[in-house]
Design a protein around this ligand. Structure first.
Ligand code: DAH
Length: 336
């Protein structure tokens, strides 16, 4: 005799993959189950009938569910290039224009290309992170005043929209450890959006982009770092540049530096006009240890800086707020 449990299992499995699930209501197994009713003693029929009814309801709802997911699939395969109702009146839409990439996206791609050509791998930074990656693994002790320089936001669950892309350092170091042990090196950039609790003005935004670089090997030096950065800036601005550094404090590097370039005459600079472009330094031994990398064996350098600043200098943009404004007048200037 046909067993209700087996039939249920079998039909549910078939419905879930069927292109015509409703047809399955006609299978002989179900009919056999119905036919059993006639063979039962009258007092057994009620209980059996109830089970059959439950089975029907269950199959019915599985079928409806399957049908609606088939509809979703069908929607996805609609040909969106097909002409709109050819017999209807023309639609009164806004004038259309070809969309373009945001200037920051284009420039960021430019930056990424320069570094990947040098041999760095590039990964996007996270836009939501935690205290550990924002501070602890970067050698900011709990309650240390250096945390104040990175005043950002927190969700009620204590997640953090990161104030810098340095949040990626610990992840990159951990992931690259095996490369070091195999005699290789870590060479990575991370780029992405960062967020700060700022008073907004022409040079400060609450939301902006940064690019972070990290290099670790058994022989990394500060000189290599300066060479890498110089080479980046000269490629980006397409000309040779004067550079200088001055000491700065960041808990995750020792020594820590600010890196400046002389504003090129071609971009309206006067000799001696220095522009601070980013923070950098030799990775602090604690930061390496916290990622499981032995600071006695390996050393590294890191840097991080804002993308808007680079782009503003390149195009003579006077106000950082234009970038997030969505103003077409501003955006169009990049495509004239
Ligand atoms: N994260 C720092 C900031 O946003 C910039 C920075 C400084 C990054 C020094 C680094 C570094 O990797 O070594 O202010």
């Amino acid at each position: 005799m046909q067993n209700i449990d087996d039939t249920r299992k079998d039909l549910l499995a078939r419905i879930a993959v069927s292109d015509a699930p409703r047809e399955l209501l006609k299978v002989p197994e179900l009919k056999q189950l119905y036919d059993v009713i006639k063979t039962l003693a009258p007092e057994e029929r009620g209980a059996y009938g109830k089970q059959i009814n439950e089975l029907k309801l269950l199959l019915e709802s599985a079928i409806t569910e399957r049908e609606s997911s088939l509809e979703d699939l069908a929607v996805e395969s609609i040909d969106i290039s097909a002409p709109w109702d050819v017999n209807g009146r023309p639609l009164n839409l806004l004038p259309t224009e070809q969309g373009t990439q945001h200037p920051l996206t284009l420039e960021l791609e430019n930056v990424i290309n320069i570094f990947t050509r040098m041999g760095f791998e590039a990964i996007e930074s996270r836009q939501i992170d935690d205290d550990d990656h924002m501070f602890a693994t970067l050698n900011f002790p709990a309650n240390h005043p250096a945390r104040d320089g990175y005043d950002t936001f927190r969700t009620e669950e204590n997640f953090i929209p990161p104030a810098h892309t340095s949040t990626m350092q610990n992840r990159i170091l951990k992931a690259g450890k095996s490369k070091l042990e195999a005699g290789g090196q870590i060479a990575s950039i991370s780029y992405g959006r960062v967020f700060r609790n700022e008073d907004i003005d022409a040079t400060h935004e609450h939301t902006f982009y940064q690019c972070e670089g990290i290099f670790v090997s058994s022989t990394a030096t500060l000189g290599q770092m300066l060479g890498t950065l110089r080479s980046f800036f000269e490629t980006y601005y397409g000309q040779s540049l004067k550079i200088k550094t001055q000491p700065a404090y960041f808990p995750f590097v020792e020594p820590g530096l600010e890196f400046a370039i002389e504003k090129p005459a071609a971009l309206g600079g006067k000799p001696g006009e220095w522009l601070e472009m980013l923070g950098c330094g030799m990775i602090h031994p604690n930061v390496l240890s916290m990622a499981g990398i032995d600071p006695q064996k390996y050393r590294g350098f890191a840097w991080g800086g804002g993308i808007e600043r680079l782009v503003m200098l390149k195009y003579g943009i006077e106000d950082i707020r234009h970038f997030e404004s969505g103003k077409l007048q501003f955006l169009r200037k990049f495509y004239e």
